[in-house]
Design a protein around this ligand. Structure first.
Ligand SMILES: [Zn+2]
Length: 494
């Protein structure tokens, strides 16, 4: 086994794949050719490479080398799975980009449907868009089921009891313990969530809670009532000015590029492409209007800053692999500015920021509840396999968490590979602990303190060498706990 060759291949593979994903997801290219890239780097998708690296990780006596090998083994196992499903995955990406739906007398790309739904004030037109969208998503379920089944088979071929066992064993994250840690989000916030949801739906969307559907929530979170306070033209400066106050260059010396062009085939979900870390980071957003654009831009800016300020001399495993909860936590730290009253007042210019702050906190609570339910559901899905009963389990769990009638058609589309939902949940928990630390050490308005910059830069520099648990321990934040997270949301909702 030639480790330096594997590491070198990983660097080149990640760069090629990232460029391809950028072009297809940003709507610059119709057909995904990621499978060809996976074939070019077939050695990274081979079971024997994984098994050799896994054995080496278990035998390594040097702690740093053992850590690098563990990260590498986790990557290789997930890459073996992605290699096995490369063709159906490309077909899915291509089909999704080509898929159109017909509603309200016009035909639009499937990928534009969600943006249309949130911008549609008329409920019956919104319902028509939603049902056309769900039918189109359901048409792709066969392909998604095939990808999932083949993923499960590959996990077993790699020597694990199943997909969940593979993710758990290689990430070191006890997913069942994480589920037990996060399930109380649902009970502890139920009354507060129900009351606010009923109020917002009635006041802002004109719908009773008992009659609400998913598309009503999408409309509620579009929140056009805040458009005048959060104009698109002011977004960049509102996001970048606090960074300059912290003595952080928002463009990271030109290493961060922003792509915010509204192309029709661009995916509505914002993302950061990282052809080269730290030297070439592309922040991709699709402006759809309203507070969502602020949240998406700030979130992706958090990722972009983390990657663009990662120490270029770090091993590729620490720049590219490791615990993704770390980068998500920095992204949440930035989008959390939407819940900082001082930022809303000073940098967005709101004279009465409390209304928006409450709304942003409610939106975050909704996310937390949704992801707590998703983790529970995905554990069941990966345990039983994509049997038809899962659609009903999905509907019930998501309806229970969101308190609206939830469509079962999304039961395979609304699944992030390799339990990424768990990464989000750990990131939310850690981010709240980190925010509390920043407030205590760098003032309530930590985001305009010039001493905060060096502190954050020192964290970003480490890439993803440490897990969120390790970072929390190093900063003296204690074990992961829901308390700061729920306390901050409760305070913001007041
Ligand atoms: Zn993210």
């Amino acid at each position: 086994m030639d480790l330096s060759r594997i590491r070198n291949d990983l660097e080149q593979f990640a760069e090629a794949l990232s460029r391809e994903e950028y072009l297809t997801r940003a709507g610059l290219k119709d057909e995904s050719r990621a499978a060809a890239i996976r074939e070019r780097f077939a050695s990274l998708g081979s079971r024997s490479t994984f098994q050799e690296v896994q054995a080496a990780a278990q035998e390594a006596s040097d702690a740093d080398e053992a850590r690098r090998l563990r990260f590498l083994a986790e990557f290789l196992a997930t890459n073996c799975i992605e290699y096995q499903v490369r063709e159906p995955s490309d077909r899915l990406t291509t089909a999704e980009a080509a898929q159109t739906i017909a509603a309200n007398g016009e035909r639009i790309p499937l990928r534009s449907a969600e943006v249309r739904i949130k911008n549609e004030a008329d409920r019956s037109r919104r319902a028509a868009l939603e049902s056309a969208r769900l039918a189109a998503v359901a048409e792709l379920s066969g392909l998604r089921r095939e990808i999932l089944e083949r993923s499960h088979q590959e996990a077993e071929r790699l020597g694990f009891a199943g997909y969940t066992a593979l993710c758990r064993g290689l990430s070191g994250i006890d997913l069942l313990a994480l589920r037990d840690l996060t399930q109380p989000i649902l009970s502890r916030s139920l009354d507060m969530y129900r009351e606010l949801l009923a109020w917002y739906l009635r006041r802002r969307v004109g719908v009773k809670l008992a009659e609400a559907r998913r598309h009503d929530l999408v409309r509620l979170f579009r929140a056009p009532e805040f458009d005048a306070s959060l104009p698109p033209a002011a977004l960049r400066e509102a996001a970048e000015a606090p960074l300059r106050s912290m003595r952080i260059d928002p463009q990271a010396g030109g290493r961060i590029r922003v792509d915010d062009e509204p192309r029709p085939k661009k995916t509505p979900r914002a993302f950061v492409a990282t052809p080269r870390i730290p030297d070439e980071v592309i922040l991709v957003v699709r402006p759809g209007g309203g507070p969502d654009d602020y949240a998406a831009f700030l979130h992706e800016l958090g990722h972009a800053l983390h990657f663009a300020y990662t120490d270029p001399h770090l091993a590729v495993e620490y720049r590219r692999l490791g615990d993704a909860s770390v980068t998500e936590a920095f992204a949440f730290l930035l989008d959390g500015l939407l819940r900082e009253r001082g930022w809303l007042r000073r940098f967005v210019g709101l004279t009465h920021p409390a209304d928006f702050q409450r709304f942003a906190a409610f939106h975050k609570l909704w996310f937390l509840r949704r992801y707590a339910a998703k983790l529970e559901y995905e554990l069941i899905l990966h345990d039983t396999g994509p049997v038809s009963r899962c659609a009903e389990v999905y509907r019930e769990l998501l309806a229970g968490a969101t308190l609206v009638d939830w469509p079962h058609e999304l039961y395979l589309a609304d699944v992030d590979p390799f339990f990424y939902a768990g990464r989000y949940l750990r990131a939310w928990i850690f981010e709240a602990q980190l925010r509390q630390h920043l407030r205590e050490h760098f003032d309530e308005e930590w985001y305009r303190n010039d001493r905060t910059g060096p502190f954050l830069l020192a964290l970003w520099q480490q890439g993803q060498r440490q897990t969120v648990e390790e970072l929390a321990a190093e900063l003296g934040l204690g074990p992961l706990s829901l308390d700061p997270l729920l306390a901050q949301i409760t305070a913001d909702l007041r």
